[in-house]
Design a protein around this ligand. Structure first.
Ligand code: EPU
Length: 339
């Protein structure tokens, strides 16, 4: 049955823990319920926000429209052979429950994406990534419905136009479709990716390289750096890591020889950790009102308790201005800011 709430508090439904309300909060459990909602008047007459686990949103005020949440459940094995397995996963499944399930079954490919908050439906939108793996590496197709017509769509990997924390769902299709099912391919003979930071040595310290140990290490690394939203509201990385042309990077490196960096596009572009820029600019651990820059990872902004979205955004803007002045780089928010 569709759940329908009015003037509904979103405080416990998104990870920044802000005290905001949605004019309408609707939850559907299957495709039929979704189609009924898309064909109804509420969604047609109001602005629409799709919200999964709410782990990448910053509300600057109450949401004067419809917040739509998928509770479509289910992890199904659609096809399998000796090497691979094709899974069809409901958009409402919690992402980390899928990772835990896959590791338990011995299916590899998403273990490095352990402990990322949020639901499966948001994974292709954001092309979630961590420790050398991106969601697009396992993605096969996304299915769902157009908001305007309530007609179904199916998009393959190429059509999703994935990029770094980017996809067609954040661009041309933003607000136009609802993802209901995600298909991914995992491997029964996984190739482990351990070359990000301390991952390999930490896994080796546990005795053997296997899915369980990789998951254990990734969870431990994330817990050591990223605040638990239940203790301090946050949305993970607040900004994207900026990508700059090689010539620009070389100028920066001449002044700051220790700047960490990763080569992209065959070395013509360089990704710089925003956390490093923010820390060097002196913001790590700084508190402004009830908003703060996390002490262990400068890329994360936290709600110390009772902050407003505007307070957090004001802090983000101060950081943006300062980093731009000091380094000539404009940091772009990674979270979806709802003004
Ligand atoms: N660094 C600092 N100071 C800081 C934080 C980072 O100097 O306060 C420098 C360090 O040199 C460190 C480097 O930045 O070696 C990279 O830091 P880290 O490994 O923590 O990763 P990140 O680049 O800050 C990205 C993702 C994270 C993801 C990690 C691990 C983005 C925007 N963020 O962070 O994703 O978990 O890599 O792969 O790409 C998220 O998207 O919400 C998220 C948490």
């Amino acid at each position: 049955m569709i759940l329908h709430h009015e003037n509904h508090s979103l405080k416990d439904l998104h990870t920044f823990g802000l005290d905001v309300k949605a004019r309408y909060y609707l939850v559907y459990h299957n495709e039929e319920e979704l189609k009924e909602l898309l064909n109804g008047t509420l969604i047609r007459q109001h602005s629409l926000l799709l919200m999964g686990g709410g782990s990448n949103l910053l509300f600057l005020k109450d949401y004067d429209g419809v917040v739509l949440h998928s509770a479509i459940d289910g992890i199904q094995v659609a096809e399998e052979d000796n090497e691979q397995v094709l899974l069809k996963v409901g958009a409402g499944v919690e992402w980390d429950a899928l990772v835990a399930w896959s590791v338990e079954k011995g299916y590899g490919g998403i273990e490095n994406l352990s402990y990322i908050p949020g639901d499966v439906g948001a994974a292709p939108v954001q092309n979630i990534g961590a420790y050398g793996v991106e969601f697009q590496d396992v993605f096969v197709r996304a299915e769902g419905y157009f908001v305007d017509s309530a007609l179904p769509f199916s998009l393959n990997k190429k059509e999703c136009a994935f990029g770094y924390r980017d996809s067609i769902f954040k661009k041309e299709l933003k607000g136009k479709v609802v993802v209901t099912q995600v298909w991914i391919r995992l491997s029964k003979q996984p190739r482990f990716l351990l070359d990000y930071g301390p991952v390999r040595s930490a896994v080796e310290d546990l005795g053997s390289i296997n899915l369980h140990n990789i998951r254990k290490v990734i969870v431990a690394i994330r817990c050591s750096k990223l605040p638990d939203p239940k203790e301090a509201g946050n949305a993970g990385s607040f900004f994207k890591n900026p990508v700059v042309p090689l010539a620009f990077f070389q100028q920066l490196q001449a002044i700051h020889p220790d700047v960490p960096h990763y080569e992209l596009a065959g070395g013509m572009e360089i990704k710089i950790p925003a956390g490093w820029l923010i820390e060097q600019a002196g913001w790590k651990g700084r508190q402004v009102g009830r908003a703060a820059v996390h002490q262990k990872q400068a890329l994360v902004l936290v709600n110390l308790g009772g902050a407003t979205g505007k307070e957090i955004y004001a802090l983000a803007e101060s950081i943006q201005r300062d980093v731009q002045q000091k380094y000539g780089i404009l940091l772009e928010p990674e979270v979806n800011v709802l003004a």
